[in-house]
Design a binder for this molecule. Structure first.
Ligand code: SF4
Ligand code: SF4
Length: 693
């Protein structure tokens, strides 16, 4: 009975402190903004089983991934034993779950084995942290406190496992002494029990009690330490995965408040339309401080394990720039810790003279992001950093007008010329000089319609190198007698660079204008040769009312080849050894990895992969509007790093399928003085070279 009383007091204290912590965190959550509705429960359960329970993303690093997965799975099994201990402690029972018979024995035996495995692995983790220089554990955000925090948590886990093994072995030894009543199976406990030989039953009983109490009190202590440490992910990682954003990585959340303003600008008549009543006045565009973030941003920040897998794959970080996606998460958490209590106490007007942007996260960090989504793809608990980065850019651009000067020039060009460069709309068809290319307006005037709108894109229309790709693809379409037409002078920028750079207003103006044009020509299917156009049409435009099918030219080429419509003579390219650079906005953003490879392999028998390929591919450095500005300072340009990846393969052709990647890789080849012996071709150009006419 005395044990029960002490136990109940310890449990109540634990629950009391824990409840207070949760109450505080809940009050911080109340300061945040809505994120997205939590629907598709079935899909979420599948995702949780796959990513959280199955640990699939952790296995992207197979060896250390297996170590982590074993610790996680072990925790799950041992958790059942811990619940049993709590019931035993409260009721005075002994191994209350033993009625489960064989199942119980399996659970207990697994827990016993896992306790040993976890102990060994934790020692490995501690040794890695203390004695080996692991890059991803370093960085400006990884202060001494972060390392101490990690080491304390690992030590407590080790003590938890050792006390469990001590308890199990003492339990076995009591049975061995002939006076115990062994319940459960303890393969490891039995092995250790030998060390207690000669001890009396009362000593063994005392030892068992010491281990029992040590184990349960460590659990109580750990539970209350977790919310204040990076190991809060022990509680939050599974719910955070369940609450993941389910959209493709390439999609950004639409700013409905901007849509209302843009529609008003484009059609002032709507100014007189009755308000819906549930519209909340917008206090600020984008994110300046923690009161502007969504509940999901905050949950991401609390759940972050600080593992550094995101930062390790970030092209900006790899090339020595200030940006670290892990730091973004740590800064959000730290800022809420500092500012949250003041906001809760004094309301929205509270100020401490600081803000998340600038005092924690600098503009230089924010502008270094290529929105390549490598971080989000890698994060084992599905944290979405790029969306938050874009939200902070939205604040800088729309509230302060403080984008880098080159981006302001690109914005002006888009607004005035319909392209990020200073070219005239009149020149949009120069790429087709001397060739008969059907134009939508002409077809419509004749009462005809094309099956596909061939969306050329700004680079396809104005970039001298990419104009050749546009011509090559148009030649394939004509050769196959595909029913298509272009918009010509009526084409205008999709708004992608503006959107990724935070100028949501300009993006939506472009998008709504394009959607009107598509409606006017009754466009149902669009082909793009630019992954950025493809992504924004596919993922972002539907939020603004777009309703059409969009297909990337690589998908179409793959389909034509598989259907036997494209007759190709592969012998013409037999001298070539080809490698392929995955563009982020076809690959990670939209999971198009196999089609381009299949197209290339249909004409090039010598194909080699770069070490970083498919979802591991390194960005070329041009996405997220980087194409239109100088890179932030660092040790190296991203395009050089990526070109080196390609050169390591010894291929003599680097195939690309994106205008920006082409610019970057071509520049990389020039920088490395390799443009004579290594060529950069677009996939469409490879196909044209092998085309049997
Ligand atoms: S999106 Fe790419 S560049 Fe931006 S933080 Fe993530 S990994 Fe780094
Ligand atoms: S954001 Fe994800 S990948 Fe990055 S440190 Fe946190 S948990 Fe690890």
């Amino acid at each position: 009975m005395t044990k029960q009383i002490y136990f109940t007091i310890a449990l109540l204290v634990t629950l009391g402190v824990f409840s207070y912590t949760i109450y505080r965190l809940t009050s911080f959550f109340r300061l945040t903004k809505p994120a997205f509705p939590v629907r598709d429960i079935g899909k979420r359960i599948r995702l949780t089983l796959e990513v959280a329970i199955g640990q699939t993303k952790i296995f992207r690093k197979p060896v250390i991934g297996l170590f982590h997965a074993l610790v996680f799975w072990g925790f799950l099994v041992i958790l059942i034993g811990s619940i049993e201990m709590i019931i035993d402690g409260l009721t005075g029972s002994e191994r209350v779950l033993k009625f489960m018979g064989v199942v119980y024995n399996i659970i207990i035996a697994s827990g016993d084995i896992f306790a040993l495995i976890i102990s060994i692995l934790i020692l490995v983790f501690i040794a890695r942290r203390l004695f080996f220089h692991i890059n991803r554990f370093e960085g400006i955000e990884m202060k001494r406190r972060s390392h101490v925090d990690a080491n304390i948590a690992l030590t407590i886990i080790l003590l938890l496992m050792l006390s469990l093994l001590g308890m199990n072995s003492a339990h076995c030894a009591m049975e061995g002494s002939g006076e115990g009543n062994l319940v459960g199976l303890f393969p490891v406990g039995n092995m250790i029990a030998g060390i207690y030989t000669g001890l009396s039953h009362s000593t063994l009983h005392l030892l068992h009690e010491i281990f029992w109490w040590s184990h349960i009190l460590l659990i109580f202590l750990f539970a209350n330490m977790l919310p204040y440490s990076k190991h809060f992910h022990v509680f939050l990682s599974v719910p955070n995965v369940f609450l993941s954003r389910l959209d493709p990585l390439g999609k950004l959340v639409n700013m409905d408040s901007v849509t209302r303003e843009v529609k008003l600008m484009l059609d002032p008549e709507t100014a007189f339309a009755a308000p819906s009543g549930d519209e909340v006045p917008i206090e600020r565009f984008g994110v300046k401080d923690v009161e502007d973030i969504s509940w999901k941003n905050y949950m991401d920040a609390l759940s972050c394990t600080q593992c550094g897998r995101c930062t390790e794959v970030c092209p900006a970080n790899i090339t020595g720039k200030m940006l670290s996606p892990r730091k973004i998460m740590m800064d959000v958490r730290e800022r809420m810790k500092i500012r949250g209590p003041g906001l809760v106490k004094n309301g929205k007007e509270f100020t401490d003279g600081k803000s998340l942007i600038r005092d924690y996260i600098t503009e230089e960090e924010l502008w270094a992001c290529t929105t390549c989504n490598a971080c989000a793809r890698e994060c084992p608990i599905n944290i979405d950093h790029p969306s938050l980065i874009v939200d902070m850019r939205r604040y800088l651009v729309m509230e302060e007008g403080s984008a880098p000067a080159e981006l302001n020039t690109a914005f002006n060009n888009i607004e005035n010329n319909g392209a990020p460069w200073q070219y005239s709309t009149e020149d949009r068809l120069l790429w087709a000089e001397g060739v008969e290319i059907p134009v939508m307006a002409d077809l419509f005037a004749r009462g005809e319609k094309a099956e596909y709108l061939f969306w050329v894109g700004c680079a396809g229309a104005f970039d001298d190198r990419y104009k050749k790709v546009t011509g090559a693809f148009a030649r394939i379409l004509t050769h196959l007698d595909v029913s298509f037409a272009v918009l010509g002078k009526e084409e205008t920028c999709t708004g992608d660079p503006a959107r990724r750079a935070g100028n949501e207003m300009l993006y939506q103006m472009q998008a709504l204008q394009n959607i009107e044009t598509f409606k006017a020509y009754e466009v149902r299917k669009i082909i793009t040769i630019c992954p950025h156009c493809f992504n924004i049409f596919k993922n972002d435009y539907p939020d603004l009312g777009a309703d059409f099918e969009v297909v990337s030219y690589v998908e179409l080429l793959d389909r034509f080849i598989k259907e036997g419509k494209l007759k190709l003579d592969a012998s013409r390219l037999k001298e070539l050894t080809v490698t392929y650079h995955d563009p982020c906005y076809l690959g990670r953003a939209n999971d198009i990895y196999e089609e381009p490879r299949s197209v290339i392999k249909s004409v090039a028998s010598n194909y080699v992969e770069m070490d970083r390929n498919r979802s591991f591919a390194l960005c070329c450095g041009a996405g997220g509007a980087q194409m239109f500005k100088e890179a932030e300072k660092g040790d190296k340009e991203i395009f050089i790093e990526r070109t080196e990846d390609a050169l390591k393969t010894k291929a003599n052709v680097i195939a690309t399928s994106c205008p920006f990647c082409m610019t970057m890789i071509t520049d990389g080849l020039k920088y490395k003085n390799r443009e004579d012996d290594v060529k950069n071709y677009d996939i469409a150009e490879l196909i044209v070279q092998a085309l049997e006419l």
